[in-house]
Structures are given as structure tokens and as C-alpha cells.
Design a binder for this molecule. Structure first.
Ligand code: G5P
Ligand code: MG
Length: 301
């Protein structure tokens, strides 16, 4: 399965991607994590990315696409992966599609995790992570009075806050999300790949919604087939000739009323006399004096 998790900063992409790893055994590919690792190692990519990350801006497409290209070439991606935080704009989405087309392995689903912004701001303010194992927590999930600590080992160091999780940068990140990343919702919806889930719930509930959305996602191949325009089937040739000749294009259609109106005064008078006679015959028939012409004809057959 090749999946993209889409959502605003703090919507839970990283947390839910971790849970999909446990469930489906797929690797999580987070461009945010890859960039943070590059910054920590001081690589060329890292040095280019740092300033943009600190300011809450997107890192250049060139750098991000370079990182992604390298990561997707690794052998653990053969069975699929969960992309978290990538693509982030239309340029990246198109570049990803081109890369996957080349290897004949398109995306299977894109899941948008929807969370209201006021919830997001609270979540980001409370987010802490373990510098040793990378596990992500939220101070609001610990009992009152309990010191937030990594639950993966008593020897793990104290939890830390991400440098870009400050109020000013969060505002900028949300702005960038609206401007650059939100258009991807339309983009993937148009391809029939988008699934939406409500992410404003306890983590386990959101995981269940996510798994449900993924299991209902049709394989990309099916979506492709659906999107294919139908080939026009040849219409069968007529075996019977038309009873009425087809009107020549552009010929005027004369309405019945118009035909009537065109008759001369003499013809109109004749028609009125005939109609009166018919009424009289019918009236007589009703009085039992005479059968109407039509029924007499039917009986004689
Ligand atoms: P990142 O690292 O990709 P963002 O801003 O996209 O950063 P972020 O902040 O990592 O996303 P998230 O992964 O969506 O958010 O959220 P999370 O960490 O899992 O959860 C947030 C908090 O909510 C946690 O405390 C968690 O415990 C809690 N939580 C999670 N899920 C739930 C839930 O279901 N229920 C509840 N109640 N709580 C939950 O990118 C960082 C920077 O790198 C650059 C940019 O500069 C970016 O700003 N970058 C890129 N630049 C260009 N292109 C790209 N593709 C880039 N990717 C990264
Ligand atoms: Mg994340």
C-alpha cells in the first residue's frame, strides 16, 4: 500500500503513521523527520533546510524532492509506505506522481486528517518527544501532577519540545498549510484518491477511522480504470426504415395550430359544419336512436 497522510501541522500525521507501521508493517517516510535528521547531521541538505524550518516556511522543492527520491529508492519501500508531510504543494505532488509512474507503482490512497485549528494550536503547544527514540507525546495526555516522560524505557532522557513548536512559528506554518498544501485536497479528490477522516478524537479512535478509510480505498488501478473515458460503441444500423422522414437540418417545424391558422375561411367553415354533424350523431346515439358509426363498423367486422 502506498499512502499519503495529509493534514495541517499537529493534525496527527506522525502519530498515526507510527500506528500504521505497527498495523501494516509499512515504513513511515516523514520529510519533517528526514529534514530534522539532516539538520542534526549538518549535511548539505540540512544546512539548506534549517533556516526555512525555523521560520515555519517550506523547504525548497529541490531539497525535499532530492531527499524523497533517495528514500523511495531504498529496499524497504518495495511493499509500500506511509508518506507523512509529503507532498506539501502541487509541484511536489506532480513530481511524486511522475516518480511513481516511472516505476509503475501509483498511490493507493490519500487520507486527509481534519482537525479544527484551535485544537491544533493546543496540541502543538503540548507536544513533546523523546530525543532517544523519537516517540511523540502530549503533556495534556498525562495525569495531573505526573511528570511527562518517555514510556519506552526508564533510562530514556527527559522529553523535549521541537524548536518550531512556538506560537509565532505555528501561526506561520498554518498560513503556509492553507496557501500551499490545502490545494492538494482538491487535487487528490479529483483523482478519486482522497479519503477524509475526523481527527478530533482520542488517538485510538482516529486510528480506527484511518484504518477504516484505508480499507475502503479502492486500489489505484481501479481508480485509473474508472477515470478512463469510455470508448464510444458503434450504433447498430437500422433494420427498419424510418416511418417519418428525418427533418432536414435547419428546416422549420410548423406547429399544428399554425397549420390550422393557415386554412382559408371556407375550409374553416366546412370543418365547423362537420364537427357539428358529429356532435349531433353522437347525441342521437346516446338517446338510443342510432349507434355511432364507429361502433356499428366494429360490430359488422
Ligand atoms: P513536519 O515535521 O512535517 P508538520 O508541521 O507538518 O511538521 P507536525 O507538526 O509534525 O506536522 P503531525 O505530525 O501532523 O504534526 O502531528 P503529530 O506530531 O503526530 O501530533 C501532534 C500532537 O498531537 C502530539 O502531541 C500528539 O501526541 C497529539 N496527537 C496526535 N494524534 C492525535 C489524535 O488522534 N488525538 C489526540 N487527541 N491527540 C493526537 O515539518 C516540519 C517542517 O519541515 C519542513 C517545513 O519547514 C515544516 O514546517 N518540511 C517541508 N518543507 C517542504 N516540503 C515538505 N514536504 C516538507 N516536510 C517538512
Ligand atoms: Mg509530524
Amino acid at each position: 500500500m502506498r499512502i499519503v497522510l495529509l493534514g495541517a501541522p499537529g493534525s496527527g500525521k506522525g502519530t498515526q503513521a507510527q500506528r500504521l507501521i505497527e498495523r501494516f508493517g509499512l515504513p513511515q517516510i516523514s520529510t519533517g523527520d528526514l529534514l530534522r535528521a539532516a539538520v542534526a547531521r549538518g549535511t548539505g541538505y540540512g544546512l539548506q533546510a534549517k533556516a526555512a524550518m525555523d521560520a515555519g516556511q517550506l523547504v525548497s522543492d529541490e531539497v525535499v524532492l532530492g531527499i524523497i527520491r533517495d528514500r523511495l529508492a531504498e529496499p524497504d519501500t518495495v511493499r509500500g509506505y506511509v508518506l507523512d508531510g509529503f507532498p506539501r504543494n502541487l509541484v511536489q505532488a506532480r513530481a511524486l506522481a511522475a516518480m511513481l509512474k516511472q516505476i509503475g507503482k501509483p498511490l493507493d490512497a490519500v487520507v486527509l486528517i481534519e482537525v479544527p485549528y484551535n485544537v491544533i494550536v493546543k496540541r502543538i503547544a503540548g507536544r513533546r518527544s523523546c530525543p532517544q527514540c523519537g516517540a511523540v507525546y502530549n503533556v495534556h495526555d498525562f495525569a495531573p501532577g505526573e511528570t511527562p516522560r518517555c514510556r519506552n524505557g526508564a533510562d530514556h532522557p527527559p522529553l523535549v519540545q521541537r524548536p518550531d513548536d512556538n506560537e509565532a512559528t505555528v501561526g506561520k506554518r498554518l498560513e503556509v498549510y492553507e496557501k500551499s498544501t490545502r490545494p492538494l485536497v482538491e487535487h487528490y479528490a479529483a483523482q478519486g484518491l482522497l479519503r477524509r477522516i475526523d481527527g478530533d478524537a482520542p488517538t485510538e479512535t482516529v486510528t480506527q477511522r484511518l484504518v477504516g478509510a484505508l480499507l475502503q480505498a479502492p486500489p489505484a488501478a481501479m481508480v485509473k480504470a474508472k477515470a478512463k473515458p469510455k470508448t464510444k460503441t458503434k450504433t447498430k444500423p437500422r433494420t427498419k426504415p424510418r416511418t417519418k422522414p428525418r427533418k432536414a437540418a435547419g428546416s422549420k417545424v410548423r406547429s399544428r395550430t399554425k397549420v390550422k391558422a393557415k386554412g382559408s375561411a371556407k375550409t374553416k367553415a366546412k370543418a365547423r359544419v362537420k364537427a357539428k354533424a358529429r356532435v349531433k350523431v353522437k347525441a342521437k346515439a346516446r338517446a338510443g336512436k342510432r349507434k355511432p358509426a364507429r361502433s356499428r363498423r366494429r360490430r359488422s367486422r
